[in-house]
Ligand binder design. Structure first.
Ligand code: FAD
Ligand code: NAD
Length: 400
C-alpha cells in the first residue's frame, strides 16, 4: 500500500509540536512526514520582545530544528510557502513544490495594521527572530548617534509602542529596563529618552484584570513610560505618529503591536477567513476539507461562553498540535472518529522586564517576583514539551 504523505507547513509552536509527536508515534512504514519552514531553526515567538529590546541574545530564542527533530524520520525542507493548491493537493514553494495526502497549516501570524497608513513604511512590524534583531540594532543605532548627529532633533530618542496589548506591554517592559544601561553606555542623559505606549482602547490590556493592569502600569510608569490611553494612532509618518486631532508624537522608532492576523498564505490560497484566520471545525480541519488541518494562529476557534474568538496564543497552538497529531494519525490508520479540540486555558502571565510580571493562573492573581517566576516556568515548560529535558536545560531560563 502507498504510504500516506503528511506535510506540515511552519515550524512554530503548532507545527514543531505536531512534527515531534508524529515522528515519535507514527511508524516509518505508515507515512512520510515533511516539515517546511522558512529557516532551519524554530524560534520562541513568545520571547521575541526580549531580543527586540536587547535584554536577551537573539541566539537564546533560536532552536536549530535538527537538534530537536529526528530528521531521519521527518524530511525537513527549508523553503518559503507561497500558496496551497487545494484541488491539486500540493503546496507551491519559492523553490519548488510538495504534494500531500494530509496537510497541516501552521504558518503563524503577521502584524495587523487595521489599514493605518504608513505602518509598513515607517514602523517595525515583524515579530520574528530577524525582526527582533532589526529592532535591537535600530535602538542601539539611535543611542549611538545621539552624540554624533548633526543636530539633536526631536524624536531621535523617542520610542513609541503602538498598542498596549500583551506584546506592547512586554516589549516596553524590557525596553524600559534596558534604557538606564543604554544611557550609561552611550553617555546619554536619561531625560533625553521618551518612552510612549499609545493605546486605542479605554484601558491598557483591554479585558484583563483591572487591578493587575494598574499594577503593571505603575511599574512601567515608575521607569519613565508614558501612557496615552484611549488614543488611536491614525497614521505613521517618517517623523512620528499622528494621534487625536492633529497631534503628533515625534519619534524615529515606532514598534507596532496592535494585534495580529493569520498568515497571508491562507487568504492567497482561497480559504474563507476572518482576518486571515480560518474558523476551523471542532476536529481542527478546514471546513469542506477532509485533508487539511489548520492550527495555531492561522486557526480561529470560538469561546462559546464569552461568545468571541479565543485569542491566538502559544498555549492554544501547542494544545492544538496535540489534537491535530492525534487526528492525523487516526486518518492515516484508516479511522474516521476524530477528536474534538477543547482548549484548556491555564492562565495568562505577562513579563514587564526585570523581575516584574503580572498574571492570572487558575483563579489566582500573581504580581511581581512570583509572577516573574511563573512566567519563566511557563517558558521552560514549552521547551520541555518540545525537546525534553535536554532542550529545557540548554535553552531554559535559569535561575528562575
Ligand atoms: P509561530 O510560532 O509564529 O510559527 C510560525 C512559523 O511559520 C515560524 O517558524 C515562521 O518562520 C514560519 N513561517 C511563516 N510564514 C512562512 C512561510 N510563508 N513559509 C515557510 N515558513 C513560514 N502566547 C502565549 O500563549 N503566551 C505568551 O507569553 C506569549 N507571548 C508572546 C510574546 C510576543 C512578543 C509575541 C509576538 C507573541 C506572544 N504570544 C504568546 C503569542 C504566540 O507567540 C503565538 O500565538 C504563537 O507563536 C502561535 O504559534 P504558531 O505555531 O501558530 O506560529
Ligand atoms: P492584542 O490584540 O492583544 O492587543 C493589541 C492592542 O492594540 C489592543 O489593546 C488594541 O486596542 C490596540 N490597538 C489596535 N489598533 C490601535 C491603534 N490604531 N492605535 C493604538 N492602539 C491600537 O495583540 P498583541 O498584544 O499583539 O497580542 C497578539 C496575541 O498574542 C494575543 O492573542 C495575545 O494574547 C498573545 N500574547 C500573549 C502574551 C502573554 O500571554 N504573555 C504576550 C504577548 C502576546
Amino acid at each position: 500500500m502507498k504510504k500516506a504523505r503528511i506535510v506540515i507547513l511552519g515550524a512554530g509552536y503548532a507545527g514543531m509540536n505536531t512534527a515531534v509527536t508524529l515522528s515519535k508515534k507514527l511508524g516509518a512504514n505508515d507515512a512520510s512526514i515533511t516539515l517546511v519552514n522558512k529557516h532551519d531553526y524554530h524560534y520562541q515567538t513568545t520571547w521575541l520582545h526580549e531580543p527586540a529590546a536587547g535584554t536577551m541574545d537573539p541566539e537564546a530564542a533560536r532552536v536549530t530544528i535538527s537538534t530537536v527533530l529526528n530528521t531521519n524520520r521527518v524530511h525537513f525542507l527549508q523553503d518559503e510557502v507561497v500558496e496551497i493548491k487545494r484541488e491539486e493537493k500540493k503546496v507551491l514553494l519559492k523553490d519548488g513544490e510538495v504534494s500531500y495526502d494530509y496537510l497541516v497549516v501552521s504558518l503563524g501570524a503577521v502584524s495587523e495594521t487595521f489599514g493605518v497608513p504608513g505602518v509598513h513604511e515607517h514602523a517595525f512590524t515583524k515579530w520574528t527572530l530577524n525582526g527582533a534583531r532589526q529592532v535591537k540594532g535600530h535602538i542601539e543605532k539611535q543611542f549611538a548617534s545621539y552624540h554624533n548627529g548633526e543636530d539633536q532633533h526631536e524624536g531621535r530618542l523617542t520610542f513609541v509602542v503602538a498598542g498596549a496589548g500583551f506584546t506592547g506591554m512586554e516589549f516596553i517592559g524590557e525596553l524600559s529596563e534596558r534604557v538606564p544601561e543604554l544611557c550609561k553606555k552611550y553617555d546619554v542623559p536619561r531625560e533625553a529618552v521618551r518612552l510612549y505606549v499609545v493605546e486605542a482602547a479605554p484601558m491598557a490590556l483591554p479585558g484583563f484584570d483591572p487591578e493587575l493592569v494598574e499594577y503593571g502600569m505603575n511599574v512601567l510608569e515608575s521607569r519613565g513610560v508614558e501612557f496615552k490611553i484611549n488614543t488611536p494612532i491614525k497614521e505613521v509618518t517618517e517623523t512620528g505618529v499622528k494621534i487625536g486631532e492633529g497631534e503628533e508624537i515625534k519619534a524615529e522608532t515606532i514598534v507596532w503591536a496592535t494585534g495580529v492576523r493569520g498568515n497571508p498564505v491562507i487568504e492567497k490560497s482561497g480559504f474563507e477567513a476572518n482576518r486571515g484566520r480560518v474558523k476551523v471545525e471542532p476536529d481542527l480541519r478546514a471546513p469542506g476539507h477532509d485533508d487539511v488541518f489548520i492550527i495555531g494562529d492561522c486557526a480561529l476557534i470560538i469561546n462559546e461562553e464569552a461568545n468571541r474568538p479565543y485569542p491566538p496564543t502559544a498555549q492554544i497552538a501547542m494544545q492544538m498540535a496535540k489534537t491535530c497529531a492525534h487526528n492525523v494519525m487516526t486518518l492515516v490508520g484508516g479511522g474516521s472518529n476524530l477528536a474534538t479540540f477543547k482548549p484548556d486555558i491555564k492562565g495568562t502571565v505577562a513579563s514587564l522586564g526585570g523581575k516584574e510580571a503580572i498574571g492570572v493562573v487558575g483563579s489566582k492573581k500573581l504580581y511581581g517576583g512570583t509572577a516573574s517566576f511563573m512566567k519563566k516556568m511557563i517558558d521552560n515548560r514549552a521547551l520541555l514539551m518540545l525537546g525534553g529535558p535536554l532542550l529545557a536545560l540548554k535553552k531554559g531560563k535559569f535561575p528562575l
